[in-house]
Write a protein that binds this ligand. Structure first.
Ligand code: F6R
Length: 262
């Protein structure tokens, strides 16, 4: 059974195991689709949402959900990778989610990785304005607190923009490429302003390597040095964590210590 905490403006749910984690995240999407079949979803890539996407594909196969009327906007795409490139986020989404559900292709949006990045960013901003606001923005988090490719130092007001990847993010993402040199150095990402404009935010984190970033997000000073700390200013944020990612947060709660750090 999961454990729930209310810490500041965050609802925090700590899952007991991986299966429960994915189920709880999928339940949020399922509930939204039941209430609003034409919902607009914001979607991340990375390893964290893979289980959620598998669970959504399964629910679609079982006839429990349909995304026929929904729209999706991915957070980001690498600059320089065509949609067919196996490491592109287009390809990732096709493999892990879009290929196994009924979301119409013309309403699955990702930034264009090929062409002028400034133009691609401006086009994506227009699309977001046309279809938005996003009803449920699903996020992963980087070890340095990044959300999307908004690295430390990014303005909380930022819109869609081309962003340079930090060395630590390049290193973390190298596991998906043949070598670190092949990891693109730039991406187009929704800005923190776009993320905060969503009606609801669900941030997912798994593993001990995220524990520090989660504690800083929830209990640290709101600072552009920790991009995810911007979420402290949003009225409706749900965090789904596994025990490892929640460890530092939960230790404070159980010791009765104040959440505030820094
Ligand atoms: C991906 C994205 C990134 C990841 C983050 C965590 O679209 O926006 O911010 O969510 O780097 O990645 P994983 O889940 O691989 O640990």
């Amino acid at each position: 059974m999961s454990t729930e905490y209310r810490i500041g403006n965050f609802k925090v749910v700590v899952a007991d195991d991986e299966a429960e984690f994915d189920r709880l995240a999928a339940d949020e999407v399922t509930r939204l689709l039941q209430q609003k079949p034409e919902a607009v979803l914001g979607l991340p890539t990375g390893s964290t949402p893979v289980g959620l996407y598998a669970e959504l594909r399964k629910r679609y196969r079982e006839g429990r959900i349909s995304l026929r009327a929904a729209t999706s906007f991915n957070l980001d795409e690498y600059v320089g990778l065509a949609p067919e490139h196996p490491q592109s986020y287009h390809a990732f989404m096709q493999e892990h989610l879009f290929g196994g559900i009924d979301l119409p292709k013309e309403r699955t949006f990702l930034p264009e990785g090929i062409g002028d990045p400034q133009l691609a960013a401006a086009r994506y901003e227009e699309l977001l304005a046309k279809y938005g606001p996003i009803d449920l923005m699903i996020l992963g988090i980087g070890r340095n607190g990044h959300i999307g490719f908004n690295e430390p130092g990014t303005s909380f007001k930022s819109g869609v923009h081309p962003a340079m990847l930090t060395q630590s993010t390049i290193k973390a993402n190298a596991r998906f490429f043949a070598s670190e040199d092949e990891v693109p150095k730039q991406a187009i990402t929704m800005g923190i302003g776009n993320i905060l404009a969503a009606r609801r935010i669900m941030l997912l984190a798994k593993g001990a390597s995220k524990a520090q970033a989660i504690r800083a997000t929830v209990c640290g000073e709101m600072s552009e040095q920790v991009p995810a700390s911007a979420l402290q200013s949003h009225p409706d944020v749900l965090l789904i964590l596994d025990r490892e990612a929640a460890a530092l947060l939960v230790a404070d709660q159980e010791a009765g210590a104040s959440c505030r750090i820094g």
